[in-house]
Design a protein around this ligand. Structure first.
Ligand code: CTP
Ligand code: MG
Length: 556
C-alpha cells in the first residue's frame, strides 16, 4: 500500500502561520478570462451540490514534487478512473500536494479502502480523504503514464501585490483595470475544490455517529465575491428535516437540546475533535462569546483558514442572495472586488474583527448603491422584488424562524437594467454616493432598495436583509465611518482630477494610496472640518489594531 492516510500526531503540531506568497509568474488559470460574462446562470444550490459531489469524488495526496503526478496517476488508476489532477504547494518549507479527481465516488471508496495507516504509538487512525504517497524501490512501467494530465501546477499561489500593480499599469483604462484586478485575484477553481474538500473532511469524520451531518460552505468561498486566499466559512448541521416518517422502526436518540448553551457545548466538542484527531487541522481557537459562536482553525494541507459554526444556516441563504446579485449583472463582482481592494489598501478593512467595516458590509454597500436610487436606472433589483417573484420551491424558513424565501433562479426574474455605464463611472459614482450619504439619519436597506430612517444610534446602519431587526454593521465605530466617508470623498476627487492620470500609478492604482494631508485640505470646504478630518485620520492610523480582543462580530 503506497497511499497512506494522514493521521494526526498526538503532540501539538507546530506550524508557522505565515502565508506563503511566491513571486512566480501566475499560471494560466489565474489570468483566465472573465468567466461570468455571458455564462448560463447555474442556481446557487445546484452549484453547491455539484461542488459537494466533486469533493466526494476527490482525494488529496501529499507528494514529493509536482513530477510525482505520473506515478500517482498510474497508482490511482488501478483503483478507479482518474479524470483530473491539480498540483499546488503550501507552507514556508513547501509541501507538495496533488488533488486527484476520480470519475465516480466508488473510485474514491476503493482507493481509500486500499490505503493504509502508518504504524506508531502516537497516532490514531482517522478516516479522511487526505493521504500521502510513499516512495517505492519497485520499477515503474512508463507506458501507464501516457494518459496522465496535470491540469495545473503550483495552482494556489496568488499574484504578489507588485505583480498586480505592474499588470494594472499596463491596462488601457480604468474599466479594464477593474476587470483585470477581478480576473487576477478571484478565487480559482482549484481553491474552490480545496474548500469543499476541507468541509468534506469534517462531514466524513462524523458520519458514523451523525448520518445526517452536513458541513455547508457559505460566505465569500461560495457567494461569487471570494478572492484567492479568502477564508472558508462553514456551518455544521446534524439534522435533515426531510425525515421519512413512514417506518415503524425508529432510532433511539438522545435529547441534545436546542438552546444557546447546548449549541455552545456541542460546538466545543467538535472543536476538540478537530484539534485532537483530524489530520491537517491546526491552530484551533474557540470564539464562543460572539452572537454566532465559531471555532476557527487553519488547515495545513489545503491552506485554508476556516470558521466553523453550527446550526445557523441563514448565512447560507445570505450567500445565495449575494450570489444571485453578483450573477444578475456582470459588472457587480468586478466592482465589488475593486472597492474591497481599495478599502484594504487605504486601511479601512482589517483581517481581524473589530470596529472597522468588514468585506461583507462593504459588499452590501455596493449592492445597495447598484439598486439605485442616486443613479437611474438601477442595475440591481431590490430583495423585495426577488421575494415577490418567489415560487413555492424557493420558500425556506430556518429552525431559528428566519424567513429566507426569495426567487433563486434569476432566469425567471422580470428585471432588466438599461443602465450601460462602464465600471469606471460606477466606481466614481459609488464614492460620490457614500461620501454624501446621510449616515446620521438613514440606514442602508437592500430589501426596499432605498435608504430608510435609522432605528438606533449605530454609526453605520445596514439592515440585515434576511433578519431585518439586525444591523449588519453594528460593530462599526463613528471614527471608522468618518474614515470611510473621507476616503470615499478623496477617491472620488482623485479619480476626477489629473492626479489619477499623470503618474505610473494611474487610475485605480491612484486611489490605493492612503489619503494624505494635501488631499484632505483640498476636499473639505469647512476649515474646522478639514482639521478634524486630518487629525482623526492620522490618529487612527497611529492607533491601528492595538488591544482589541478577538471578538467576532459576525451576524450582529
Ligand atoms: N454573515 C451574515 N451576517 C453578518 C455577517 C456575516 O449573514 N452580520 C454571513 C454572510 O453570508 C457572509 C458570511 O456570513 O458572507 C461570512 O462572513 P465573513 O467571513 O465575515 O464575510 P465574507 O463574505 O465571507 O467575506 P471575507 O472574504 O472577508 O471572508
Ligand atoms: Mg468569509
Amino acid at each position: 500500500k503506497r497511499v497512506f492516510k494522514h493521521v494526526k500526531f498526538k503532540e501539538k503540531i507546530q506550524y508557522n502561520s505565515k502565508y506563503f506568497i511566491s513571486s512566480s509568474i501566475p499560471s494560466k488559470e489565474l489570468i483566465a478570462n472573465d468567466s461570468i460574462i455571458n455564462k448560463k446562470f447555474v442556481p446557487f444550490q445546484k452549484n453547491i451540490n455539484s461542488r459537494r459531489t466533486e469533493a466526494k469524488r476527490s482525494i488529496l495526496v501529499q507528494v514529493q514534487s509536482a513530477q510525482s503526478y505520473k506515478e500517482l496517476y498510474s497508482y490511482c488508476s488501478s483503483f478507479g478512473n482518474v479524470t483530473q489532477m491539480f498540483h499546488y504547494t503550501t507552507g514556508i518549507e513547501p509541501m507538495h500536494f496533488i488533488l486527484v479527481e476520480f470519475k465516480n465516488e466508488s473510485d474514491v471508496v476503493s482507493t481509500l479502502s486500499s490505503s493504509t495507516f502508518v504504524e506508531g504509538n502516537s497516532t490514531t487512525p482517522v478516516n479522511s480523504q487526505f493521504l500521502w504517497f510513499r516512495s517505492t524501490s519497485k520499477k515503474i512501467t512508463k507506458s501507464k503514464h501516457k494518459n496522465a494530465a496535470l491540469v495545473i501546477e503550483d495552482g494556489i499561489t496568488p499574484m504578489t501585490n507588485d505583480r498586480i500593480r505592474e499588470t494594472l499599469q499596463k491596462c488601457n483604462n480604468v474599466t479594464e483595470q477593474i476587470l483585470t484586478l477581478y480576473n487576477n485575484t478571484k478565487m480559482t477553481d482549484l481553491e474552490c475544490r480545496l474548500r469543499f474538500l476541507t468541509a468534506r473532511q469534517m462531514e466524513l469524520s462524523v458520519y458514523g455517529m451523525f448520518p445526517h451531518a452536513r458541513v455547508l460552505p457559505f460566505g465569500s468561498s461560495v457567494n461569487g465575491f471570494g478572492k484567492m486566499g479568502c477564508d472558508l466559512d462553514v456551518v455544521l448541521t446534524l439534522k435533515d428535516n426531510k425525515e421519512d416518517s413512514s417506518s415503524r422502526l425508529v432510532f433511539h436518540c438522545k435529547d441534545s437540546g436546542v438552546d444557546r448553551s447546548s449549541n455552545l457545548r456541542n460546538l466545543e466538542v467538535f472543536g476538540d475533535l478537530l484539534q485532537l484527531f483530524l489530520p491537517g487541522c491546526a491552530r484551533v481557537r474557540k470564539i464562543l462569546q460572539a452572537r454566532v459562536p465559531i471555532i476557527k482553525y487553519y488547515h495545513q494541507f489545503t491552506d485554508v483558514e476556516c470558521d466553523l459554526s453550527m446550526c445557523n444556516v441563514s448565512g447560507v441563504h445570505m450567500s445565495d442572495f449575494l450570489y444571485i446579485m453578483g450573477s444578475i449583472d456582470s459588472r457587480v463582482r468586478p466592482l465589488v472586488f475593486a472597492i474591497r481592494k481599495w478599502a484594504q489598501e487605504v486601511g479601512l478593512t482589517n483581517s481581524s474583527p473589530g470596529r472597522w467595516i468588514t468585506n461583507f458590509s462593504l459588499t452590501l454597500l455596493v449592492l445597495a448603491f447598484l439598486q439605485g436610487p442616486l443613479h437611474s436606472p438601477p442595475i440591481l433589483p431590490s430583495l423585495n422584488t426577488l421575494v415577490k417573484s418567489a415560487e413555492s420551491k424557493d420558500s425556506f424558513i430556518t429552525d431559528e424562524g428566519v424567513n429566507c424565501s426569495f426567487l433563486r433562479d434569476i432566469e425567471k426574474l422580470h428585471f432588466s437594467s438599461v443602465n450601460i455605464e462602464n465600471l469606471e463611472v460606477l466606481l466614481c459614482e459609488f464614492f460620490e454616493y457614500y461620501s454624501q450619504f446621510d449616515f446620521k439619519s438613514k440606514s442602508v436597506c437592500l430589501n426596499e432598495g432605498v435608504p430608510l430612517t435609522k432605528l438606533d444610534h449605530s454609526a453605520l446602519y445596514i439592515i440585515n436583509p434576511l433578519e431585518r431587526g439586525l444591523n449588519v454593521s453594528k460593530n462599526v465605530s463613528l471614527e471608522e465611518l468618518e474614515k470611510f466617508k473621507f476616503a470615499a470623498r478623496n477617491a472620488a476627487w482623485i479619480l476626477q482630477s489629473e492626479e489619477s492620470t499623470n503618474t505610473s500609478n494611474w487610475g485605480l492604482l491612484s486611489i490605493f494610496d492612503k489619503p494624505n494631508k494635501k488631499m484632505a485640505f483640498s476636499v473639505s470646504r469647512n476649515k474646522n472640518e478639514r482639521l478634524m478630518q486630518v487629525k482623526q485620520l492620522f490618529e487612527e492610523e497611529d492607533n491601528t489594531d492595538t488591544g482589541h480582543s478577538e471578538v467576532d462580530n459576525r451576524r450582529t
